[in-house]
Design a binder for this molecule. Structure first.
Ligand code: IMP
Ligand code: MG
Length: 176
């Protein structure tokens, strides 16, 4: 058990299981025959997942890039506006594979997909290490799911609780 910001967490997915899940996801992606994929890892949460899965991807000519979704207040009529930070180069006609640490409500994923579609990409696939089916509100199909989990708060392996806990090698859940 560990304590973060005065809350107690217990091990939920040990490092060895994470490694097996990531390996299995890499096999699925490798077998999907995506041509010249551009993997796009969503920071900060997916930094360890991206680093680990990429070492097991053997698709020729694959590339990786890192983005962050940020929001700012636009003009009065537009309200909150989202933008993708880090999407430097032209991604027109690319086959994208989004790498996410966790998909909860799906709101973040939907925003990212809308912004990528504006760039006129050829195809978008989604790979997420963790998925909370009970919380998911969207219709977007998720192509590669590492593990579906209950609607509990988890930390570790990139996932944070108020910015701490990302360095933990296991995934922990809040202890009831
Ligand atoms: P969404 O609800 O699918 O839009 O998820 C938004 C973001 O919330 C994710 O990308 C994560 O950064 C974060 N998040 C969702 N569930 C958890 C969790 O259990 N632990 C840590 N972060 C989470
Ligand atoms: Mg977060």
């Amino acid at each position: 058990m560990i304590t973060l910001h005065n809350k107690t967490f217990e091990v939920f997915i040990p490092e060895t299981e994470i490694s097996a899940i990531v390996h299995s996801m890499a096999n699925q992606v490798n077998n999907s025959e995506i041509k010249n994929p551009l993997f796009i890892a969503v920071l900060n949460g997916s930094f360890l997942f991206a680093a680990d899965i990429m070492r097991k991807i053997n698709i020729p000519n694959c590339e990786i890039s890192f983005i962050k979704l940020s929001s700012y207040l636009g003009t009065e009529t537009k309200g909150e506006v989202n933008e993708l930070i880090g999407l430097g180069k032209n991604i027109r006609n690319r086959n994208i594979v989004i790498l996410e640490d966790i998909i909860d409500t799906g709101i973040t994923l939907e925003k990212i997909i809308l912004l990528l579609e504006k760039e006129e990409v050829a195809d978008i696939k989604v790979a997420t290490l963790l998925f909370k089916p009970e919380a998911y509100q969207k219709e977007i199909e998720i192509d590669f799911i590492g593990k579906s989990i209950p609607n509990d708060f988890v930390v570790g392996y990139g996932l944070d609780y108020d910015e701490i806990g990302r360095n933990l090698p296991h995934i922990y859940k809040l202890k009831e």
